[in-house]
Structures are given as C-alpha cells and as structure tokens.
Design a protein around this ligand. Structure first.
Ligand code: ADP
Ligand code: TRP
Length: 320
C-alpha cells in the first residue's frame, strides 16, 4: 500500500491545522509506505511573494519534522522537485472536460470569495490528480473538503486507462471524518480566514494572551457552568487525558471556578504539550541544511518514482 498526501504551505500554523491535518499526516507513516509533499506549485495559484513562499515551505518542513515526521519512514518532499507532475498535468488536462472543472468546489469557492480566477486555479484539480497518480498511490488521506478532488482523480485515472491501456493505480480516498473541527477563540471554526486562531509556536506571553481572549458566556465566578457549551473545555479536551478532563468538568459543574481558572489550566496544558516540539523546532531552525537535505533527498526519491510512471505514460499516449 502506498499512502500519499499533500499540504499547501500557507499562513502561521495554528492548533486547528495541527489536530486536523499535521498530526494525522504524521501518523500515516505507521500505515504503509508514506509519501508526503509540500504543494508549492498549488500555492502559486494565489501568487504569494517569492520569498514568502520559500519561507513558508521551509517553515512547514521544520514543523512537520518537529511534530514527529520521520524521514526514514516517510518520503517527504517538495512538489516542485518533481517537475514531471507538471508534464502529467498537461497530458491529463487533455482528457478533462471544462464542465468538470467548472463544477469543482475549489474553483467555485474562490470565485465566490471574489478572486479573479487564473487558469492555474481552474486546473488545480488536474494538478492534484497528477500528484496522486504519478506515484501510483493507493490511499489518499484528506479532509472532507478534498473529497470531490479525489473523485475527479479516480475518474481521470479510469478514463486514461480505458483510452490508453492500464497505466495508473486507481486510488482510494480516506476521508478524515473523525477529526473534530477545532473551534477558534470566538467559537467559530479556527481558521486564519476568521482571524480567530491560537498559533502553535508563538511566545509564552502571546499564547497566554490569546487563550485569555477565548470568548465565553458571562456567568459569575460562583455560578455552576456547563462544560458542554464552553469553548475553553472544547480546546482543553484536545490536550487533556481522561482524568484531567473529568476534573475540569467537575470544576465547571461545582461552581466557584471561573473561566479565568479554566483558561489558565488550558494554557498550562497546551504549553506543556507543545514543549518538546518547540524545542525540536528551535533546533531544526538552527540546522536548516539538515532540513533541506531531507527535502532534497525526498525529492530525488519521489522523482525516481514519478519518472517510472512517466515512461509508461509518454509511451502510452504516443510521445515516445
Ligand atoms: P485555514 O482555515 O486556517 O485557512 P487551511 O484551510 O489552510 O486552514 O487548512 C489546512 C489544513 O488544516 C486542512 O487540512 C484543514 O482541514 C485543517 N484545518 C484547518 N482548520 C482546522 C480546524 N479548525 N479544525 C480542524 N482542522 C482544521
Ligand atoms: N489540495 C490539497 C489541499 O488544499 C493539497 C494537495 C495537493 C493534495 N495535491 C494533493 C492532497 C494530493 C492530497 C493529495 O489540502
């Protein structure tokens, strides 16, 4: 089994990204032969500043390594180190109808939010299909929002195989339904678009201040409170073990326990949870050659795999 996933480098990582995406992605390495890449070609559809893009890629690589990604178990690389995916995108685009792309959510949502569409954004799903098919991936773990892209990928693989003969493995999506949506400080989904995030690796003072700004109701200190309806508890749950959570819930129900106490408890637990990763991250930031070496080696390995598929593809379509 070959498990593959890709992640776009964007924004300052928050604890929603960590629990919703990074932590599950790092766990992939226990499921089979894992490929994980940083989707920098995809990021170009929003035209980031070149220096920002490089920094984001580097930052994400450091974060993944700090969060437990083991380069011995996972082929970890940059999408653009395998330019063959751009070649495959062209070939697959000739089998893709415009109607399918017009119905793709990624495109429709961006337009609805007022972006002027570029052709790259339009064929984004074909690039994603190429990412998956070029490595003959069998399983692709993604968030719910990527389900449609996986359907497009499967359809394209089947169409190619029917047109030109068996070439691609038909991949399965593995949708992470069980990952709860992490609420932000205002109680909506934590998202950089809503500006309600708790960043993972900011300084102690800033982290504490952000946690203290979590919105709660206005119950007085003495009053009993409902742990089920409180954002602080929802966040605390991510870090706490059974007994810590039980104690917090009891404190809420008993009264004489204020939201300030609960927030302090959350802050301490979160700070401790990320402490080893913070240390590892600082070490890696001092050791960038090591980080780039991992990405470069991963890129070489991935490129070798991609080339094997492309030899078949070029031959199948009549280019060689
Ligand atoms: P943002 O909403 O901050 O822009 P992205 O859309 O870049 O975050 O998401 C990157 C990844 O993190 C996706 O896989 C997404 O499913 C996950 N993710 C983002 N926010 C949350 C959240 N609040 N809870 C769970 N997962 C999240
Ligand atoms: N589009 C995905 C996202 O925004 C990232 C991505 C690009 C990806 N290529 C992929 C995910 C291939 C899985 C497989 O989250």
């Amino acid at each position: 089994m070959r498990v593959l996933s890709g992640i776009q480098p964007s924004g300052i990582p928050h604890i929603g990204n960590y629990f919703g995406m990074m932590h599950p992605a790092v766990e992939l390495q226990e499921q089979g032969e894992a490929f994980l890449f940083i989707a920098d070609y995809h990021s170009l559809t929003t035209q980031p500043e070149p220096d920002d893009l490089r920094k984001q890629v580097e930052g994400l690589a450091i974060d993944f390594l700090a969060c437990g990604l083991d380069p011995e178990k996972t082929v970890f690389f940059r999408q653009s180190d395998v330019p063959q995916v751009a070649e495959l995108t062209w070939i697959l685009s000739t089998l893709t109808t415009v109607g399918v792309l017009e119905r793709a959510h990624s495109y429709k949502d961006k337009i609805a939010r007022g972006f002027t569409p570029n052709a790259g954004l339009f064929i984004y799903p074909v690039l994603m299909a190429s990412d998956i098919l070029i490595y003959q991936s069998t399983l692709v773990p993604v968030g719910k929002d990527q389900k449609q892209h996986l359907e497009i990928t499967r359809d394209l693989a089947i169409k190619f195989n029917n047109t030109y003969g068996d070439t691609f493995t038909i991949p399965e999506a593995s949708i992470r339904d069980n990952v709860a949506v992490v609420p932000g400080v205002d109680g909506q989904k934590m998202s950089k678009s809503y500006d309600d995030t708790i960043p993972r690796f900011t300084g102690k003072k800033t982290t504490r201040k952000t946690i203290m700004s979590i919105v709660t109701d206005c119950k007085e200190l003495e009053e009993p409170k409902d742990p089920k309806k409180c954002n602080v508890v929802a966040l605390f749950k991510l870090f706490a073990d059974e007994s810590q959570l039980k104690a917090m819930r009891e404190n809420y129900r008993a009264g004489n326990y204020g939201y300030g106490h609960a927030k302090q408890g959350l802050f301490e637990l979160m700070w401790e949870y990320f402490e080893p990763m913070r240390q590892r991250r600082d070490e890696l930031a001092e050791n960038l050659d090591y980080v780039w070496d991992i990405l470069n080696k991963g890129g070489q390995k991935a490129s070798g795999e991609a080339e094997k598929t492309m030899i078949k593809v070029r031959k199948a379509v009549g280019l060689r």
